[in-house]
Design a protein around this ligand. Structure first.
Ligand code: 6PG
Length: 236
């Protein structure tokens, strides 16, 4: 089992000695959580993170040794946020995940739920929220994988943006002034309901923001991930 340290009532921390060790720890946690969810509920609902950090996790998951590690036919894959671009765009989180290894997993198309970034942001967010309601039927995600930006954002919950205030919706369109673009993102409501929320914060560039969030209690969106009921696991 992964041995992590307690940061506070809402967060735990797994310190690793290398990027490879962090990637393996995240991969093993996904497999362990998946097995438990399938044993308990008959299915495993996981939301993937965008950005570059998780690419190596998706690549590791697609390796042959994991083909038998999980009953992949009971796995359902979602995305915690998406850019407002088509799935073929190099900015697409869906494209990044598929190209990094997710497309090699023995998962059928109808178990993979892409956020339609090519649609208008509000329509895409509403439609995705309907998918979550229809597929999860009120059950929380078994695992949500997240990253953290150097500005403290997670998913597409950026500092100072409207989505931070949302407490009803599961998925919203969020205008991000610093990007001058909309994003589609899970809200804190969705993320903090998850049985397991993992924040991958690997590499020297993330050390400052990790320390500010976990040890200096500087207020950032990523710091709001985790609850007493479901403490977030930060992997650094
Ligand atoms: C996105 C991600 C975002 C990401 C962070 C960290 O759409 O970009 O969802 O929240 O996790 O920006 O990105 P890196 O892993 O590239 O540092």
């Amino acid at each position: 089992m992964i041995s992590s340290e307690v940061v506070d009532a809402r967060r735990r921390l797994l310190r690793t000695k290398s990027k490879q060790e962090a990637i393996l720890a995240a991969t093993k946690l996904i497999i362990q959580t998946g097995k438990k969810a399938i044993d308990q509920f008959g299915s495993f609902h996981i939301a993937l993170s965008g950005g570059s950090t998780p690419k190596d996790v998706y690549s590791e998951l697609s390796q042959p040794q994991y083909q038998e590690a999980l009953n992949w036919s009971s796995v359902y894959i979602y995305f915690s946020d998406e850019r407002c671009v088509p799935p073929t765009d190099k900015e697409s989180n869906y494209r990044m995940a598929m190209d990094s290894g997710i497309s090699a997993l023995p998962i059928s198309e109808d178990h993979l739920f892409r956020i339609h970034g090519e649609e208008s942001p509000e329509v895409a967010a509403k439609n995705y929220e309907e998918i979550l309601k229809a597929r999860l039927k009120g059950r929380p995600f078994d695992l949500i994988l997240l990253g953290v930006g150097e500005d403290g954002h997670t998913a597409s919950l950026f500092p100072g943006t409207e989505a931070l205030k949302e407490s009803e919706r599961l998925v919203v369109a969020n205008f991000v002034p610093k990007l001058n673009a909309h994003r589609i993102t899970f809200t804190f409501t969705t993320i903090n309901a998850a049985h397991v929320a993992v924040v991958l914060a690997i590499g020297e560039k993330k050390e400052k923001i990790v320390n500010e969030i976990l040890f200096e209690n500087v207020a950032y969106p990523a710091g709001a991930i985790g609850t007493k009921a479901h403490p977030a696991l930060w992997i650094i």
